[in-house]
Design a protein around this ligand. Structure first.
Ligand code: CAA
Length: 261
């Protein structure tokens, strides 16, 4: 395996992979080298059959304080446009087949908030600090913030947050439906993420991948199209071994079915 300078990789539990952003001196600011490593590690985990769920974490103080402002300061329009700056950020993460959990403590600002929103499940500490402060730098969110935040918490709140640049807490994030759960402290957060990842890792993975794909389509399609998409995947799963295993186990009262995938 390759060694990384800006991230740590780990297997905190059976079937669970974890990537931890690790640029403590810059509060995990998301530089291009960091993102290249993150993408590489995530793709490896998606391809690794021993990993069935993935946690993306930061430190207690910062999940990530945003895109690296020092790297962007002298960026020009022509270079941003011709390199499609930041497109690199979302292509790998949003195309992973396996379920991902973002575990957010401390700052999740700008690109940090956007990264967390790209995960399938967002867990955070109650006092995590989310925000899209780009307006205070003379720009706007560039990694999907205006779109994903609006879909998650609605237009009114997203407008308020993006236009003022104010932060919001983990508690607010949960109340508004952006976070699935909050935890009182960092240790609780990491244990909670690990427990949920372990539960997902113990489920039949073909079904988990299909479930993820179906829920993701709900963010893209009209309702009737989405329901049709779901039904086709539902039908397809009757072609899987795990449907036979799972339903026979229920009927025969077998407690711990052995999944094929
Ligand atoms: N980029 C580069 N460096 C950063 C950074 C960032 N986004 N955030 C923090 N750092 C660096 C600081 O420059 C500082 O480095 P030095 O010691 O070399 O000066 C170090 O991390 C520690 O930061 P602070 O001294 O500022 O720590 P603090 O505790 O006083 O404040 C903070 C913490 C409120 C998070 C503050 O660092 C901050 O406001 N950071 C910037 C947040 C931001 O604007 N993010 C949005 C970026 S734009 C974006 O993300 C675009 C997009 O949509 C993709």
């Amino acid at each position: 395996a390759r060694t990384y300078e800006n991230i740590l990789v780990d297997k905190p539990a059976d079937g669970v992979g974890q990537v931890t952003l690790n640029r403590p001196k810059a509060l995990n600011a998301l530089s291009t080298p960091l993102f290249k490593e993150l993408n590489d590690a995530l793709q490896n985990m998606d391809d690794d059959p021993s990993i069935r769920a993935i946690i993306i974490a930061g430190s207690e103080k910062a999940f990530a304080a945003g895109a690296d402002i020092k790297e962007m300061k002298d960026l020009t329009f022509s270079r941003a446009y011709s390199t499609n700056f930041i497109q690199l950020w979302s292509t790998t993460i949003t195309n992973l087949n396996k379920p991902t959990i973002a575990a957010v403590s401390g700052y999740a600002l700008g690109g940090g908030c956007e990264l967390a929103m790209m995960a399938d499940i967002l867990y955070c500490t109650a006092n995590a600090k989310f925000g899209q402060p780009e307006i205070k730098l003379g720009v706007i969110p560039g990694a999907g913030g205006s779109q994903r935040l609006s879909r998650a918490i609605g237009k009114a709140k997203a407008m308020e947050i993006i236009l003022t640049g104010r932060t919001f807490s983990g508690e607010e994030a949960e109340k508004w439906g952006l976070a699935a759960k909050t935890f009182p402290d960092f240790e609780g957060l990491m244990n909670g993420a690990k427990e949920t990842a372990s539960i997902i890792a113990g489920n039949p993975m073909l079904a988990a991948k299909a479930a993820k794909e179906a829920v993701n389509q709900s963010q893209e399609l009209a309702l009737s199209e989405g329901v049709k998409f779901e039904r086709r995947l539902f039908h397809a799963l009757f072609g899987s071994q795990d449907q036979k295993v799972g339903m026979s186990a229920f009927v025969d009262k077998v407690k711990d079915p052995k999944w094929t995938h």
